[in-house]
Ligand binder design. Structure first.
Ligand SMILES: Nc1ncnc2c1ncn2[C@@H]1O[C@H](COP(=O)(O)OP(=O)(O)OC[C@H]2O[C@@H]([n+]3cccc(C(=O)O)c3)[C@H](O)[C@@H]2O)[C@@H](O)[C@H]1O
Ligand SMILES: Nc1ncnc2c1ncn2[C@@H]1O[C@H](COP(=O)(O)OP(=O)(O)OP(=O)(O)O)[C@@H](O)[C@H]1O
Ligand SMILES: [Mg+2]
Length: 274
């Protein structure tokens, strides 16, 4: 295996094969144990209709069900965070139906995002790019989730996992901003495996991944933007051989996004020097 591949796999915690039942058990137990240790009262998570939030949302609801059965107070708030009307709202509704959360809210991020867009232009005289506005959508979702968590002493769940973390394919302090990451150590196909095991319908576990952050290209696939396939990223993280140019592209993205996987850099850090 490539030297850097070994290092990256260790950092991402991905294993070549998983037992979905065992992974479900470990992760539900982790959510329960951390909630108790942190003396918090529940979890908040944005539900997009995409694969990752459906898996994490189901794990959170299972954890809350078990906590309540044990007499521990716990809530799970599944929150829809559309920007206006989402083009695949039917998938988001299917995800909610499958998760069957204890509490479900809808918070439209459009007024806040559009307010930023207007003020940005007033301040700079520039029209904000669609790409930059997309990151504002992701960060506004983070603010909404923290507002809900702060109000009720809940934890914000993040959906980051190996296949997104390795390429830095998330918004820094946006969807990357969270308190607890129950999908750590899984790649994309392992998340699919978990969701199938959890009993979701096929449209949910086979759903094409999309960040869906752009006004101009709703539902643009992650693979199109990344120029990489999840199959290749997953193979790489399972320690398999991938074409040389694919390995180089993954490693390049890994290296240039290191700053997104650490706390803000300080004068005491030197990881960035090499
Ligand atoms: N070397 C460095 N050291 C420390 N900080 C550095 C830095 N380089 C940039 N930065 C900072 O980081 C910022 C850039 O990072 P960031 O704001 O994240 O922006 P960026 O990485 O440029 O964009 C986010 C990417 O993640 C994708 N995404 C976002 C959200 C969700 C999903 C999804 O799959 O659902 C995907 C999105 O489509 C886009 O490709 C810069 O503006 C700068 O402030
Ligand atoms: N429209 C939305 N409504 C609610 N939450 C959202 C929305 N868009 C993004 N999020 C939150 O941001 C997270 C990151 O988005 P991301 O696209 O990586 O995950 P996903 O949509 O759950 O799955 P996939 O990556 O397969 O599309 C989501 O898991 C979800 O918690
Ligand atoms: Mg998505």
């Amino acid at each position: 295996m490539r030297e850097l591949q070994v290092k990256i796999i260790a950092e991402m915690g991905v294993r070549p094969t998983i037992d979905p039942a065992e992974e479900t058990r470990r992760r539900v137990t982790f959510l329960k144990d951390y909630l108790k240790a942190s003396r918090t009262k529940g979890f908040v998570l944005g539900i997009s209709g995409g694969l990752d939030s459906t898996v994490a949302g189901k794990l959170a609801q299972l954890a809350v069900d078990e906590l309540e059965a044990e007499g521990v107070e716990a809530n799970f708030v599944a929150v829809r965070l559309p920007y206006k009307v989402q083009h695949d709202e039917d998938d988001a509704q299917a995800a909610l139906k499958f998760i069957d959360p204890k509490t479900s809210w809808t918070f439209d991020v459009a007024p806040a995002v559009d307010g930023f867009e207007t003020e940005f232009t007033t301040t700079t005289g520039e029209k904000i790019t669609d790409f930059n506005k997309g990151n504002i959508k992701a960060r506004t979702r983070m603010i909404a989730q923290y507002a809900l968590a702060g109000q009720h002493n809940y934890l914000v769940i993040g959906t980051d996992h190996g296949a997104e973390s390795v390429t830095g394919f998330f918004t820094k302090f946006g969807d990357g901003g969270a308190d607890i990451l129950p999908l750590f150590g899984l790649n994309k196909r392992q998340n699919r495996q978990l969701l199938e095991h959890l009993g979701a319908e096929e449209r949910l576990y086979k759903k094409e991944p999309t960040a869906d952050l752009l006004d101009d290209q709703p539902g643009r696939t992650d693979e199109d933007e990344l120029g990489l396939s999840y199959d290749h990223i997953d193979d790489y993280l399972e320690g398999r051989e991938v074409p040389e140019e694919v390995a180089e592209a993954i490693e390049h993205r890994y290296l240039v996004t290191r700053h997104k996987r650490t706390v803000p850099v300080t004068i005491a850090d030197d990881w960035w020097r090499n």
